[in-house]
Design a protein around this ligand. Structure first.
Ligand code: HEC
Length: 98
């Protein structure tokens, strides 16, 4: 495989990754919510299927997340740091039930 060909292939691969992330089905996730959404996907599907952010209001989410963190500790699953919990709440509140 020539060097030029390899370079072209990797350039295309990089563009594909960039496009797939840009167009992921995560409907309008604002930049400040990206981190929280990553936390959500990684931590909130450990015990049950993901619950949609619009199943609770912004006022309700902090209590639900607090309860989930107790479950995580009790069931010895991966736990959220305070920083991650904060990021998660930015995402959940941004898409909460109105
Ligand atoms: C350690 C296991 C565990 C993890 C991880 C977990 N949950 Fe739960 N979740 C539960 C259990 C057990 C229940 C049912 C009892 C309850 O509601 O507290 C539940 C219930 C729920 C409910 C329905 C109850 C309600 O108040 O609406 C929602 C919504 C929910 N979880 C959201 C989340 C979110 C968001 C995350 C990520 C932060 C998460 N869960 C992570 C164990 C977990």
């Amino acid at each position: 495989m020539s060097y030029k060909f390899a370079t072209t292939v990797s350039a295309i691969a990089v563009i594909c990754v960039a496009l797939s992330q840009g167009c992921s089905k995560s409907e309008d996730v604002r930049p400040e919510e990206k981190q929280g959404r990553a936390v959500y996907l990684e931590y909130c599907s450990q015990c049950h299927s993901l619950r949609e952010p619009n199943t609770h209001t912004a006022a309700e989410w902090p209590d639900v997340v607090r309860r989930m963190r107790t479950h995580m500790a009790e069931k010895k699953r991966k736990e959220l740091s305070d920083e991650q919990a904060g990021q998660l709440l930015v995402y959940l509140k941004g898409h909460a039930k109105k």
